[in-house]
Write a protein that binds this ligand. Structure first.
Ligand code: SF4
Length: 438
């Protein structure tokens, strides 16, 4: 009880202190993302877009209890005592989260509570007409080409096993391969490797659906180590085939974003020539020691200095502001390797953000979900504190403003009440004039 009271006071303290700089929606969103959420009611009868486990589990708890139930991919918060503008966030199941969604039979609506304190009204990500359709091979569009960010982003994870796991060098925050094995047990159609034919067929279904609101696609998957290869393909051989086919069939229909390892300019040119528009090569954590500890595969097979160099060199291939490496915000505070002090963690990441931003790169971040099946989860980690996320939001926007950078492309709308990017609040925290907040 006292824990909840203190938690609510802390949340209100940050909203009061920083709510005008980064808005209350962004602060509440970060708090829920870092802690996850639980649901009180059985949801299986309701019509909504359910979690597709599109790449990682993004669940703190990932046992049979969770996997065999239907939960929404995303929720949107609105109104309530904080008078929230619509705030979209990814659902991360944590059975012991202080945040709980309950069904209120009186109003016939779902509501979010922190302990017993009402926070906001809740709606679930809508089921799109294309989700349940199937390709000729019998795969559902939800599995082959799910949409997230309230339908804005088509998420094409075409290789859901990362070769770093085979070498015991996986990133310690990542549960990709264990998620695959767990999902495969629950759903025999869950595939590790998708075919170009299924992808194209699914995209045709999406393209012709009246309720599609997709504006971008992400092509991604686990790393393929070039010395090892996958069925004779290097990483670029493998992913280029998908981009070529997509762009040949739907040229320019959606913004194309590709997430792969850090590659040499020659390889990047192949991706660019095939039709990749935005290049994401995720850096995860800035501090040198932490990078080596937390990302042993990236360190071993490419190396931190080379990874940084390739990110910067990629600007010459893709253009300014079209290279967008991701950080997993919060892992700088992980046990036993990380900083013990929030300010030191923010300061370290800010150094990396500033380095990249000063070079025409726009780094962004996702809020760490400490899945129990990841390496860091097995070491007993739980989330980083809210103070860290508030300070990081402030710092990211301060630096973004300092370097006069544009709002990154491929992330949908920006600003409170409009943002759809669901795994961190950096897009919500933009000050963008809307009819609601003018
Ligand atoms: S590169 Fe790291 S984060 Fe990406 S899938 Fe492999 S282990 Fe996971």
């Amino acid at each position: 009880m006292n824990d909840i009271k203190n938690h609510l006071s802390e949340l209100n303290f940050f909203i009061e202190k920083y709510g005008t700089s980064i808005n209350k929606e962004a602060i509440i969103k970060e708090d829920i993302l870092r802690l996850g959420i639980s649901f009180e009611d059985i949801l299986s009868k309701e019509n909504f877009s359910s979690k597709s486990y599109f790449i990682f589990s993004f669940n703190v708890d990932n046992d049979g209890d969770v996997i065999n139930k239907k939960f929404p991919e995303e929720i949107a918060l609105e109104n309530g005592p904080y008078n929230l503008r619509r705030t979209v966030l990814s659902v991360r199941i944590n059975k012991s989260s202080p945040y709980k969604v309950k069904f209120d039979s009186e109003s016939g609506a779902h509501k979010l509570f922190l302990g017993e304190n009402f926070i906001a009204g809740v709606s679930f990500s809508p089921e799109k007409s294309y989700m349940l359709k199937k390709t000729e091979s019998g795969k559902s569009v939800r599995d082959v080409a799910p949409t997230i960010e309230w339908g804005y982003l088509i998420y094409l994870a075409v290789f859901r096993m990362c070769q770093y796991f085979d070498n015991n060098t996986e990133c310690l925050f990542c549960d990709m391969n264990s998620n695959y094995l767990i999902q495969k047990k629950a759903n025999k159609n869950y595939s590790a490797v998708k075919s170009v034919a299924d992808i194209i067929e699914s995209l045709k279904i999406i393209e012709s659906s009246e309720d599609s609101e997709a504006g971008a696609y992400t092509l991604t998957g686990g790393s393929i180590i070039d010395d090892i290869k996958f069925k004779g393909d290097t990483e670029v051989d493998f992913y280029v085939r998908f981009i070529e086919a997509i762009e040949e069939n739907f040229q320019g229909k959606w913004i194309s974003k590709v997430v792969v390892q850090a590659h040499t300019a020659k390889n990047l040119k192949r991706l660019k020539d095939a039709g990749a528009y935005i290049y994401h090569t995720n850096f995860e954590v800035w501090d040198k020691n932490l990078f080596e500890k937390i990302c042993p595969g990236k360190s071993k097979f490419i190396g931190r200095d080379e990874w940084i160099k390739r990110i910067v060199d990629a600007v010459a291939v893709f253009g300014e502001y079209k290279v967008i490496p991701n950080f997993v915000a919060g892992i700088e505070l992980c046990k036993p390797y990380g900083f013990s002090d929030v300010n030191a963690a923010v300061c370290s990441t800010a150094e990396g953000l500033e380095f990249f931003m000063s070079k025409g790169v726009i780094p962004r971040y996702t809020t760490w979900c400490p899945e129990k099946t990841s390496g860091l989860g097995k070491l007993g980690n739980s989330s980083a504190p809210l103070e860290y996320y508030v300070k990081l939001l402030l710092k990211w926007h301060e630096l973004h403003y300092k370097y006069n950078l544009p709002i990154p492309e491929g992330y949908g709308a920006a600003g409170a009440g409009r943002a759809e990017f669901s795994v961190s609040a950096f897009m919500d925290a933009f000050k963008v004039a809307t009819s609601q907040n003018l």
